[in-house]
Write a protein that binds this ligand. Structure first.
Ligand code: FES
Ligand SMILES: [Fe+2]
Length: 333
């Protein structure tokens, strides 16, 4: 899925050394100039094709480890050390460069099939840096494709099994869900979500009662889950899935919450909990991919109980959901 922004890495991962990343099957090198500017280039020197990620950052750009050809963030070769007359701007060798943005502690790259300029900007993560909100990012490489990952992040029924005891229990309840959608998104709102019967549920909703729970999918592969007990108790989990190859996805998960005045204290407990839940999903997605490989091509059964998986699949296949009716159904989890 080209013509979109994807997170390549976190800002703090990009120090003095270049790093390599694979996005949509394309090999990229990311590097930071001494003035802080970030470059994203094809990870292949124009000269003899050494990976530029083996090189080092000099004052004038990223210098290849083999013969020192040096590239600036636009991809132009600005120095050929063995050339007596330097590297004349005319007929300069080049490598492909990618549009880059750095914000909210993440570095985004724009992947365009035709090498076009981006139309919009990368999305913002909500409540980032706002007073009384806690937030952090988690990063995992999932052995699974981006659809399977995104589906997992918005799939409620697996929580009774994969995260049993941690996030939900085996006790299920009937939930009424309202599904709305648009051109490039679909959302499920759970209309009678009661307190979850686990420690997390008791913390979030100590007096019981109803929570507002919405699950949203946005193209290309962004998921957002909100649990809101009331104004001052609100949890957001957003994942941005960056497809690497066919069966590998780098996922950046943004956790944000506010919880009365107890944010810093709750974080001590909530952060390790979130990592544990995420690792369980890493495992189940790896099993799914291994098992599909063993049994031949995938043959999924989309079922009413899958909430919005079918709509997600439609969006990923390029079908718009604009003008679709709002609909309701019931799911047990
Ligand atoms: S291979 Fe990069 S400078 Fe020769
Ligand atoms: Fe999960």
């Amino acid at each position: 899925m080209h013509e979109h922004w994807y997170v390549a890495c976190r800002s703090k991962q990009l120090g003095r050394s270049p790093i390599e990343r694979v996005v949509l099957g394309e090999q990229l090198v990311l590097f930071r100039m001494q003035d802080g500017e970030v470059g994203a280039l094809a990870n292949r020197c124009a000269h003899r094709n050494l990976a530029l990620s083996r090189g080092k950052v000099m004052t004038d750009g990223l210098s290849c480890a083999y013969h020192g050809w040096t590239y600036d963030p636009s991809g132009a070769c600005v120095r050929v050390p063995a050339a007596c007359n330097g590297c004349s701007p005319k007929g300069r060798p080049r490598v492909r460069s990618y549009p880059v943005r750095e914000k909210q502690g993440l570095i985004w790259v724009y992947l365009s099939e035709k090498g076009e300029e981006p139309e919009g900007e990368p999305m913002d993560f909500p409540y980032h840096g706002q007073p009384r909100w806690q937030h952090w990012f988690m990063e995992r490489v999932f052995e699974g494709d981006a659809f399977n990952c995104a589906e997992n992040f918005l799939d409620c029924p697996h929580t009774n099994h994969v995260h049993r005891g941690l996030f939900r229990t085996e006790k299920t309840r009937e939930n009424e869900v309202e599904i709305t959608s648009g051109r490039d998104w679909v959302q499920a709102e759970f209309l009678n979500e009661k307190r979850i019967d686990t420690l997390l549920g008791r913390i979030l909703c100590p007096k019981g009662g109803q929570m507002r729970h919405t699950d949203r999918f946005m193209l290309p592969y962004v998921t957002r889950v909100d649990y809101r007990a009331h104004e001052t108790r609100h949890f957001v989990v957003m994942s941005q899935c960056t497809p690497m190859g066919d069966d590998q996805t780098r996922v950046f998960t943004y956790m944000a919450f506010r919880f009365d005045g107890w944010g810093p204290l709750l974080r001590l407990f909530y952060q390790p909990f979130a990592h544990r839940v995420l690792d369980q999903d890493v495992d189940v997605i790896r099993w799914q991919t291994e098992d599909i490989r063993r049994h031949g091509p995938r043959r999924f059964t989309f079922h009413e109980s899958d909430a919005i998986a079918r709509e997600m699949s439609d969006l990923v296949s390029g079908r718009s959901l604009e003008g679709k009716d709002v609909r309701r159904k019931k799911i047990r989890f």
